[in-house]
Design a protein around this ligand. Structure first.
Ligand SMILES: Nc1nc2c(c(=O)[nH]1)N=C([C@H](O)[C@H](O)COP(=O)(O)OP(=O)(O)OP(=O)(O)O)CN2
Length: 195
């Protein structure tokens, strides 16, 4: 089967608070590269004319827009990190720049969140492609890759609530309604109801 592979580079900062990597408890940054492998959900032979699974431009458009506009230069924080509350109180204008993860923002969880988000984009674009594997190079010497079902690796959301990584919008957290997300006000109300 054919695979389409795309790489994108972004800068990020994060910190890990759970204690598994004590050196990483203080905010610090990396320039990371994410590489995705896409496959057709219904593989077909080449047609002898266009000979494409899908034009690269179409296959990667939403994904690269999200990486460039939202993930690049975001601060990645675990949902329970007190820095989230600090930004809410002191610099709420920067809340859209926080990428909030369930538990510490490790490269492992990022792989699953990114893959789930990419699959949400691909489903919204017609479901012709799906992400078969994803790899993040955190540093020149450390990388994590994942294949399989990313949702099986992540905590379940409250019933009726779609977390940001399952929505085909540009969001990177659930702290605020995303400006491009018409359904967000209803979802925030629903989340308040289940909390
Ligand atoms: N399993 C994981 N372990 C670690 C992660 C992670 O996401 N998953 N992350 C970190 C830190 O982010 C750390 O900044 C990067 O790791 P580290 O090995 O310290 O990076 P170096 O560039 O210093 O690597 P060298 O090969 O030693 O130069 C830690 N662990």
């Amino acid at each position: 089967m054919f695979s389409l592979e795309f790489s994108r580079r972004y800068s990020m900062a994060h910190r890990l608070r759970a204690g598994a990597a004590p050196r990483c408890a203080v905010p610090h940054g990396h320039n990371e590269t994410v590489t995705v492998r896409l496959q057709a959900t219904r593989p077909a032979p080449l047609d002898g004319q266009a000979n494409m699974v899908e034009p690269f431009e179409r296959a990667k458009a939403r994904w690269h827009r999200w990486i460039d506009e939202r993930v690049d230069h975001a601060l990645q924080l675990g949902a329970a990190d007190p820095l989230v509350g600090w930004f809410r109180a002191e610099e709420p204008e920067h809340l859209p720049r926080l990428l909030v993860t369930p538990g510490d923002p490790t490269t492992e969880v990022l792989c699953c969140l990114f893959m789930a988000k990419l699959n949400a984009f691909l489903a919204a674009d017609g479901g012709r492609l799906r992400c078969a594997a994803l790899r993040i190079e955190e540093t020149p010497t450390n990388a994590v890759s994942f294949d399989g079902d990313p949702l099986a690796m992540l905590p379940e959301a409250a019933p009726g609530f779609l977390p940001w990584w399952r929505r085909p919008d540009l969001s990177i957290n659930d702290l605020l309604p995303a400006p491009d997300d018409a359904a967000a006000p209803a979802r925030v109300t629903l989340r308040a109801a289940v909390a």
